[in-house]
Write a protein that binds this ligand. Structure first.
Ligand code: HEM
Length: 456
């Protein structure tokens, strides 16, 4: 026997195969009808079919990934870009030249322009505005009077984003217009994403007319903001100045369309996501009075009873954990998509070039394989000695990789401050007529949360 003859053979690497197909599709709409009927349950059950599964949405085959590790691999791989049904429908709102839908060198350049406004060391400059808005929110409310949480949450989210990043005065009238426009546009876009029946949406039906009017008003608002800044002749150190003075790859000023689309691309995700998260935080304070009390106790221990300030946020560990746990169970962004730019593989399965891939942070963040008592609201799971048991990428509400939300620090600071201000001033009770069931759209939020504030 020669030495060669006992040498182990090179291992046979199996060709990546096709992922299993999810059950329950129907002719024409495929799995689209399930996505429409009960999207959260549908996305959550996909993990039972495999780590990567095939879906039919109308005529299209779409791939879903269902494990934290594979969502991380997807977000971090250069084989996938921002594209697909979600982004195509978002382009109708965001425009084609904004950072949220750009790819490649344009995207890198745009991120460089906006990033300084969101850096950790830029956030303290926004502290006084966040503080003022958080307290103004609680002061507007009258004990015993019902709060419409949807409009109140939108209002504060829009005001903080606009006052901090665009240094706009943002009168209530304009914030109100923006909220109305966004609500209609996001509702319409969600429908267009899930049931992509293009020509139907061009018919002169009331719903389509309402959608088009809202979209037009949104763009008009942005034009007003840009025109006002130009007319003022001022150039404060803010995101809008950075956009107005940005140059392209050749060093030439960027075009008007790109400036417009960039403002839309920053303002719209900024208000919808933060507003939805505030609604869930209000809901949590009402439904978990024991946690509301713990937040109040922590805030009082840190502040000694004075109004909570931005500078206190770093000391509010438990309040921060409450925000994180609320975002785990009720993430504003519940579905994300990518598109494969070449033939590639994920989790050992073949993904063809051009394929759309979808995943749900909601499903990932409620997976019993990642979380003990996965449906329980337990902010202490984020304490240092427990957090290490949570798998990587199992909690990624701001995503990861080159498309990670630039606003993670900005958002967490305002959400923690607002939660602290709310819990120290009031207890909350749901009132008759409140509907706290989950409303699924581009973001998740309660259908119509109505609360009564009771002074502490
Ligand atoms: C991107 C979540 C607040 C601006 C994203 C993404 C997520 C996200 C998950 C990445 C999408 C992907 O991977 O495909 C959130 C959540 C927020 C929040 C949960 C608050 C609770 C904000 C705010 C702003 C903002 C306040 C701006 C004022 C953006 C922009 C992008 C983005 C511009 C696109 C980034 C890129 O493509 O490079 N956000 N976001 N977000 N977010 Fe946020």
């Amino acid at each position: 026997m020669t030495v060669e003859s006992v040498k182990p053979e090179a291992p046979v690497v199996p060709e990546p195969g096709e992922p299993p197909r999810a059950g329950g599709g129907v002719p024409v709409l495929g799995h689209g009808w399930r996505l429409v009927r009960d999207p959260l349950a549908f996305m959550s059950r996909l993990r039972d079919h495999g780590e990567v599964v095939r879906l039919k949405l109308g005529p299209k085959t779409v791939y879903a990934v269902t494990t934290p590790a594979l969502t991380g691999a997807l977000a971090l791989s250069n084989d996938f870009i921002i594209a697909g049904p979600l982004w195509e429908s978002l382009e109708g709102l965001l425009g084609k030249e904004g950072v949220a839908t750009a790819n490649g060198p344009r995207h890198r350049r745009q991120r460089r322009t906006i990033q300084p406004a969101f850096r950790l060391d830029a956030i303290p400059a926004y502290g006084p505005i966040m503080e003022e808005e958080a307290h103004a929110l609680t002061e507007r409310w009258k004990p015993g009077r019902t709060i419409d949480c949807t409009s109140e949450s939108f209002r504060v989210a829009v005001r903080i984003a606009a006052r901090c990043l665009l240094r706009g005065d943002y009168m209530d009238e304009r914030a109100e217009r923006l909220c109305v426009a966004l609500a209609t546009v996001f509702r319409g876009m969600y429908r267009r994403m899930v049931i992509p029946l293009g020509p139907l949406y061009r018919l002169p039906l009331p719903a389509n007319r309402e959608f088009n009017r809202a979209l037009a008003d949104l763009h008009l608002l942005v034009d007003e903001i840009v025109a006002e800044r130009r007319a003022s002749g001022q150039r404060p150190d803010d995101l809008l100045t950075a956009l107005l003075e940005a140059t392209d790859e050749n060093g030439d000023p960027i075009g008007e369309q790109e400036i417009h689309d960039q403002v839309v691309a920053i303002l719209t995700p900024g208000s919808e996501t933060v507003a939805s998260t505030i609604m869930w935080l209000l809901h949590m304070l009402a439904e978990h009075p024991e946690h509301a009390d713990r937040v109040r106790d922590e805030v009082e221990a840190v502040t000694g009873g004075r109004p909570v300030a931005f500078a206190d946020v770093r000391g509010l560990r438990h309040t921060n954990n409450v925000v994180v746990e609320s975002m785990r169970l009720s993430p504003a962004v519940w579905i994300l998509t990518r598109r494969a730019v070449r033939d590639t593989e994920l989790g050992g399965y073949r993904i063809p070039a051009g394929a759309d891939i979808v995943y749900s942070p909601y499903a990932i963040q409620r997976d019993p394989k990642s979380y003990d008592r996965h449906l329980e609201f337990d902010p202490d799971r984020w304490l240092p000695d427990r957090v290490k048991d949570i798998p990587k990428h199992a909690m990624s509400p701001f995503s990861t990789g080159n498309r990670k939300c630039p606003s993670d620090h900005f958002s967490m600071a305002q959400l923690t401050l607002i939660t602290a201000a709310l819990a120290t001033k009031y207890r909350f009770e749901q009132v008759a007529g409140s509907n706290d069931s989950t409303r699924v759209g581009i973001t998740l939020r309660p259908h119509e949360l109505l609360l009564r504030p009771v002074p502490r």
